[in-house]
Design a protein around this ligand. Structure first.
Ligand SMILES: Cc1ncc(COP(=O)(O)O)c(C=O)c1O
Length: 372
């Protein structure tokens, strides 16, 4: 976060000719490159204390898998990562990074689990989804005594670990005499957005005018078009039911470049806040998101992850209103492993995609039927 508001105004604000002040909380500077380490280290630590020897997990874009690989290496645990096949192919160097930290990484769906085999029997070319990769990791942990499953987002404890983000922002804002008017984060499972916003929710509940905006891709419009219902967190229906906004656990994403935002569900805490009208949501397609990423990289210098660029576009839209506002967004991760996606954007090869209403309606027919 820039310490000097005037200096910050020289950059993105100047390019946008806005009276708003835009600040970003930079979570990209950790070794793994995103906010995910805030919870990876805590989860690996408590598993170590419990005597667990190996952690199993899924990863979409590879950020969470990298973070957990780093944490396991730090604490002397083994790590098995089921990486959504689309990302495994799009981002081979994320896999390399996980290998460097000693993890085993498999493109999901694999032939190693019942869930993976069942998917491949129906569709041998399946590109995978976070829901499928979660099923594989849960099954692996459930069938091996020394292993446990860990999730990098969605669940309450993950969101609480991430609140260190918002708490740091509170302290930093105090140092520069600012109060936030708008808080923005991209949402996959909801953890970086919640990490930024949760420490401010009580102020909003007490009546302070503060807006919180969750940003997702039109290719996976969980909050903007999903239903608030009980659903499974994974495709093979192995997890407990969760009350959340969902596109249905059978949701199959397209291979958009914001791999970390392609989850069918949303954190129950974030979902409940949206249902209560305390937070807003909006969705963008890929091309405008990358346009925002480029503007940011050319003004502030940092190259954002495609996920993060969703938050940047929302911050730009808010700033373009040219109101005298303090706008803060969470810079959840860097895009150093996403250069293939940047190339595709610069060559005009990125396609915008809107998840069709009929597919959502169909997927929602598979929601679990609850008694009562
Ligand atoms: C850089 C980055 N930002 C955001 C996300 C979205 O996850 P969450 O909503 O849990 O913060 C991801 C997920 O992989 C990510 O890699």
């Amino acid at each position: 976060m820039a310490a000097d508001p005037a200096a910050a105004r020289d950059k993105l604000e100047k390019a946008l000719k806005t009276r708003s002040r835009i600040y970003f909380k930079n979570e990209s500077l950790s070794p793994a490159g995103s906010h995910k380490l805030n919870t990876a280290i805590a989860q690996a630590y408590y598993n170590k204390l419990e005597g667990v020897k190996r952690l199993c997990t899924e990863t979409g874009a590879g950020q969470w898998g990298s973070a957990l690989s780093f944490a396991c290496n730090l604490l002397g645990l083994k790590c098995t990562v089921y990486m959504v096949k689309a990302s495994y192919n799009q981002k081979p160097y994320r896999k390399s990074l996980m290998h460097v930290w000693g993890a085993d990484v498999y493109p999901s769906p694999t032939n190693m689990t019942n869930s993976g085999r069942a998917i491949l029997a129906k569709d041998p070319d399946c590109n995978g989804s976070l829901g499928i990769a979660i099923s594989e990791a849960v099954e692996d942990a459930a069938t091996h005594d020394d292993a446990k499953y860990t999730l990098g987002s969605v669940l309450n404890h993950v969101l609480l670990h991430q609140t260190v983000i918002g708490q740091e922002v509170q302290k930093q804002l105090k140092m520069i005499g600012e109060k936030p008017d708008v808080l923005i984060g991209c949402v996959g499972g909801g953890s970086n957005f919640a990490g930024l916003c949760l420490p401010f929710v009580h102020e909003k509940m007490k009546g302070r005018d503060i807006r919180m905006i969750a940003v997702e891709p039109t290719a996976c419009p969980t909050m903007t078009k999903g239903e608030y219902a009980y659903d499974f967190g994974d495709t093979a229906m192995l997890t407990p039911l969760v009350k959340m906004y969902t596109l249905g656990h059978t949701f199959m994403p397209t291979a958009i470049h914001a791999g970390g935002l392609r989850y069918h569900g949303m954190a129950p805490i974030v979902s409940a806040l949206a249902k209560a009208g305390l937070i807003e949501s909006r969705a963008y397609s890929q091309n405008p998101v990358f346009e925002a990423a480029l503007l940011f990289a050319r003004t502030e210098g940092f190259l954002p992850a495609p996920e993060t660029a969703h938050a940047i576009l929302a911050a730009i839209e808010e700033a373009r209103k040219n109101e005298d506002k303090c706008i803060i967004f969470n810079y959840s991760g860097h895009g150093h492993f996403d250069l293939g996606a940047y190339d595709a954007y610069l060559e005009g090869k990125l396609e915008d995609y809107e998840h069709p209403e009929e597919k959502i309606a169909e997927a929602l027919t598979h929601l679990p039927k609850l008694a009562g």
